[in-house]
Design a protein around this ligand. Sequence first.
Ligand code: G4P
Length: 528
Amino acid sequence: MSEHLTQTRRRRTFAIISHPDAGKTTLTEKLLLFGGAIQMAGSVKGRKAARHATSDWMALEKERGISVTSSVMQFPYEGRIVNLLDTPGHADFGEDTYRVLTAVDSALMVIDVAKGVEERTIKLMEVCRLRDTPIMTFINKLDREGKEPIELLDEVERVLGIQCAPITWPIGMGQRLKGVVHLVSGEVHLYEQGRNFTRQDSTIFASLDDPGLAARIGGQMLADLRDELELVQGASHPFDKQAYLDGRQTPVFFGSAVNNFGVQPLLDFFVEHAPSPQPRATTRREIAPEEETFSGFVFKIQANMDPQHRDRVAFLRVCSGKYEAGMKAFHVRSGKEVKLANALTFMASDREIVETAYPGDVIGLHNHGTISIGDTFTAGESLGFTGIPNFAPELFRRARLRDPLKLKQLQKGLAQLSEEGATQFFRPLMSNDLILGAVGVLQFDVVAYRLKDEYGVDASFEPVSVATARWVKGGTPKKLEEFREKNAMNLAVDAAGQLVYLAPSRVNLQLTQERWPDFEFAATREHA
Ligand code: G4P
């Protein structure tokens, strides 16, 4: 196998999806621990705060105790290179998270054993569905009392519409937690409270028949467990790798992240079965990761990591070929060849300069405003990766200036912030309003803060009667003209100049859709 192929096949690029507080940060920490990326399971949160302390506007983030930005962590495990793309945790902060999910090959869903499937998990799952992203599930906090495991699997199947294939199964729960059985290997991993298990000191029995096991958990419990397992195997699905890869089935693991219990079976299974970098659709053709010429796309832009330089970093996922420091690449949107020097890599928690990167890896490019979300870089071919969406915002505000003379700065600021994906903005056809759209309400605070801090503009946002937005596509030019005329009051263009229908209510949207069947009213817009 060529070096390129070997490097590509060993990559695993994924993100964790969960409702806040389910244990994503804790699990991340333990995964890094297994990867040897951190010596002791120190606090990922603490590191994040320290790393961002230099950045001005992120004071807001600190103030609110949330992570507005996401980062990338790379670590080796069992001969594989794992890229974990962190997603912002706060419930309010959606779009960034959604786009991170376009840059991964699989996802890990964390569910709190007591709370079950929560609202944000449902939303994130919908996003994974758009690309049939394969998903593994970790049911966390087994050291506490929660719902019955069988009930949880049922809930996942019912609410999220995905088949469950339990890979590990809990022996007890809460105070009675004894361990987990690995349904594929047959191994039994015992739990010892208060110990931070690592690979070396976890207590593993080869099977349920191991004579030492009854002595450890008691004959009665073992007999009950056998009965339960029979029931479980009858009522659930066996692991089907193709169904997992197609996004139809999720392998399920049980454990306790904070106790580092049940994490290792998850990680072992993950690196073995999770997909390596997958082919990606473009406007022209599908690009396979095996191709040796370079290509990649930008899925995230993070502003002002270094306030001294007003710098922004564009996060690029490598899709094919190899990045080498100092190489030239073709920036498709501008039609220019640019030198990619000094890209950042994200080994563990330290940012450092990378020499090479392979498909599945993420590199950080310094950007002075010329790179936008969705941009494609190639070795010269003129094509664009598709599927990096703008989501229809659910919250809308009209921007109001305290000082009307600052209109130019306001427009410039909003244009740049929307280019970065911090907000979306719309200009109605019939007025001079500037309407902002967001997926979460915190986005408005961030935008207001940054407008002031970075553009010297004092703006406030006031309610506006828009309930939802849809990108209008299709129809003949004649029909489109008629549509524009009849609906001018509710039409706007977005920052990229695309036509958007701003519906004052859901009912209005529905009626309009019925009245104009020639048009598609899309809830997402792909970056051009
Ligand atoms: P998030 O990133 O998904 O928001 O969750 P995070 O890891 O921050 O975990 C949320 C809370 O749940 C934390 O408690 C964490 O310690 C706890 N937790 C995580 N895994 C487990 C587990 O396996 N069992 C139990 N019992 N708790 C768990 P906290 O009190 O909010 O913060 P902290 O002060 O403990 O860090």
